[in-house]
Ligand binder design. Structure first.
Ligand SMILES: Cc1cc2nc3c(=O)[nH]c(=O)nc-3n(C[C@H](O)[C@H](O)[C@H](O)COP(=O)(O)OP(=O)(O)OC[C@H]3O[C@@H](n4cnc5c(N)ncnc54)[C@H](O)[C@@H]3O)c2cc1C
Length: 289
């Protein structure tokens, strides 16, 4: 493996200056569970790696005054999945984070790294898309916010510009009475990257024809994690068994998967239909109580 230097800055400004000074040859990291493999395989060749874990705020996981959840970029998957406020307020996110790899890996793997790696199979991303999370970015031009739906621009590509760091993600408090589920299909029951996954969030809403509103996000079936607006619209109209099946088919229609070593595109598309239907049925059973 190509050697590299290691530095652990203690402020955002210091980290930003290092990234800017070393331009393309420096990489920020948190858990290193993705980056180390990419370095080892020769996909990236950083001369300097910038450990962000000692930067104040990066390890914070808290509910802020307006009720939003704030996840610092270096908070681990296990910390999110085990947090009592996340389990009660944002259960869909707790499920997504708990589904990543193994317990040991989740002790290092972070939500920030999962998002910045920008894999279409990132298991924290569908829940965060459903909750309409916002990425907080720090860089040479100062701080800026990007809705997570605009953060992913392609496989392995984000809206981050040179010298910029993901500082945190804020997740709005879900609508009253909401329920959510994350359904993941892997090649093994535990510890595998998603063949595909679906996140389903629903809540009672008197303003819609079905009396409910929905968000559906799909992973590993397009160049980025995506929402399915047509499935969401159909469910706001009709949540009868036929309505749910129509929405599940619409979600499958949104998918643009590829054949790869994990599954064929056709299998992934059909599994979007199946898991969307299951997810909506489970959420309906909870919000209908
Ligand atoms: C065996 C194994 C199994 C896995 N299984 C799963 C799985 O089931 N589901 C899943 O989603 N993932 C899985 N992964 C992938 C990986 O563990 C996750 O994506 C993890 O969340 C990455 O977090 P990290 O902190 O280790 O990221 P790092 O490796 O530290 O960083 C990942 C990328 O993001 C960049 N980066 C990190 N932090 C920042 C920041 N604050 N600002 C800007 N850029 C940043 C880095 O430069 C790098 O390009 C698996 C990996 C392995 C090795």
């Amino acid at each position: 493996m190509q050697p590299f230097d290691y530095v652990k800055p203690t402020s955002l400004e210091e980290a930003g200056e290092l990234l800017l000074k070393h331009k393309g040859s420096a990489r920020p990291f948190a858990g290193m569970t993705d980056l180390l493999i990419r370095i080892e395989r020769g996909f990236v060749h950083p001369e300097l790696v910038v450990d962000i874990k000692d930067i104040p705020g990066m390890r914070d996981l808290l509910v802020v005054r307006n009720g939003d959840l704030r996840i610092g970029a270096a908070v681990t998957m296990n910390e999110v999945a085990a947090h009592s406020s996340v389990q009660t307020g944002w259960p869909l996110l707790a499920e997504g984070c708990a589904s990543v790899a193994s317990y040991q890996l989740r002790n290092r793997a972070t939500v920030g790294g999962n998002l910045c790696n920008a894999s279409p199979a990132a298991d924290s991303a569908p829940a965060l898309l459903c909750y309409e999370a916002v990425a907080h970015i720090f860089g040479p031009e100062g701080a800026r916010k990007v809705p997570l739906g605009e953060f992913f621009v392609g496989p392995g590509k984000t809206a981050l510009q040179p010298g910029e760091l993901l500082e945190s993600v804020t997740v709005p408090f879900p609508k009253r009475g909401s329920a959510g589920h994350f359904l993941k299909l892997g090649r093994t029951p535990m510890g595998d990257i998603s063949v595909m996954n679906v996140a389903v969030l629903g809540w009672p809403d008197k303003a819609t024809r079905s009396g409910t509103s929905w968000r559906i996000a799909l992973g590993s079936v397009a160049p980025t994690v995506i929402r399915s607006p047509e499935a969401e619209r159909l469910l706001s109209e009709d949540t009868s068994p036929d309505g749910i099946e129509a929405a599940a088919r619409a979600a499958a229609g949104t998918a643009r998967p590829i054949d790869d070593i994990r599954a064929t595109a056709a299998y992934r598309t059909d599994m979007v239909r199946v898991l969307t239907r299951r997810g909506v049925e489970r959420v309906m059973a909870e919000i209908g109580k």
